[in-house]
Design a binder for this molecule. Structure first.
Ligand code: SF4
Ligand code: SF4
Length: 320
């Protein structure tokens, strides 16, 4: 079971929910910190030691002695990561998406691939939680390759919680794609509603079941709840606006450790999320039979909130 915890904007409490959900799960669980540009789950789950792996991606290297400046590689690369303006090519490694295409089209066999370091993955064990965190190197612009490397550590069975980057851009989609369900964390404020709306559209476009956790309940208004009700998105849990939570956060102490009375709240959330994943059933478009799992492109999901078949596409229940 793979559960992604995401939010339309930063600062909503996404990592707080991910860390405390992991600690309250009640069984061994994996927590994968996919917010590789700013990982912070390790600040709350402090391990004595961590195993480190350096992550690299392949980028082209040109043998100038073989190159005849034909420009085929430059014409092939849509990312302008290898440019040959009538001369032998220049390689801009930061722009390279590691597709390997330039090496294939080079008629002179002048291009080989070399490894470029993009970051590290740290793995540690803390209180029944296996924490896998990606740390992108300073100056590396593209985080999806490192996020994919973190996700490659997801175990074949068991429970994996993914702490996704904030927002709705490529890194988030890389993180949440393939999850069994997405938990969207938001605040009951106009900003929270605005960014939740974008996040709901994104998750709906991927055809994934979703639910909402409303953090800091007590501030703002009830428009987030009204939005969720109008779009049949379950509110999985509410976390009150409690000053003691902010104090524990500022000291890097998980809520369930600083304030054990909140453990039941996160246990309830674990049960709600498990139920949401169980509701992920598919019907094939062709034969009408029910199936579990399978490719996103050939299957359409049932409405996660109602269990009804979505006959107008995967995001029919979240049109906003
Ligand atoms: S590997 Fe792909 S993205 Fe990178 S320079 Fe070559 S063609 Fe461009
Ligand atoms: S395709 Fe090969 S030979 Fe042609 S410019 Fe690029 S590296 Fe040189």
């Amino acid at each position: 079971m793979i559960i992604a915890i995401a939010s339309g904007k930063g600062g909503t409490g996404k990592t707080t929910v991910a860390v405390n959900l992991a600690l309250a799960w009640g069984a061994p669980v994996w927590l994968l910190d996919c917010d590789v540009e700013e990982p912070n789950a390790h600040l709350f789950l402090r391990a004595d030691s961590a195993q480190q792996e350096i992550i690299t991606v392949p980028v082209p290297q040109v043998d100038m002695a073989r190159c005849d400046a034909c420009g085929e590689c430059s014409r092939f690369c849509v990312y302008h990561a290898i440019v040959a303006p009538g001369t032998k090519p220049l390689v801009f490694r930061e722009l390279c998406h590691s597709c390997g295409g330039c090496a294939r089209v080079c008629p002179r066999g002048a291009i080989t691939e070399v490894a470029r370091r993009i970051g590290v993955i740290e793995t540690s064990e803390v209180e029944g939680v296996t924490l896998v965190g990606g740390h992108l190197d300073v100056g590396v612009a593209m985080s999806p390759p490192l996020i994919r490397a973190v996700k490659a550590r997801i175990p074949h069975d068991g429970v994996a919680l993914l702490d996704a980057p904030p927002g709705t851009s490529c890194p988030v989609i890389t993180a949440i794609r393939g999850a069994d369900a997405v938990v969207l964390v938001t605040e009951p404020t106009p900003f929270g509603l605005h960014d939740l709306t974008l996040a709901v559209q994104m998750v709906g476009a991927l055809g994934l079941p979703m639910g909402v956790v409303v953090n800091r309940v007590g501030i703002g208004d009830n428009r987030v709840h009204a939005f969720c009700a109008a779009h049949h998105i379950p509110v999985l849990q509410e976390i009150p606006d409690d000053r003691r939570i902010a104090e524990a956060y500022s000291q890097g102490i998980p809520i369930v450790e600083a304030l054990p009375e909140y453990r039941a709240l996160f246990r309830q959330l674990a049960e709600s999320v498990t139920a949401l994943c169980a509701a992920r059933r598919f019907v094939t478009q062709g034969d009408g039979h029910e199936h579990r799992g399978g490719g996103e492109t050939e299957l359409r999901p049932l409405n996660p909130a109602t269990g009804a078949s979505t006959t107008e596409g995967a995001n029919a229940n979240v049109r906003v």
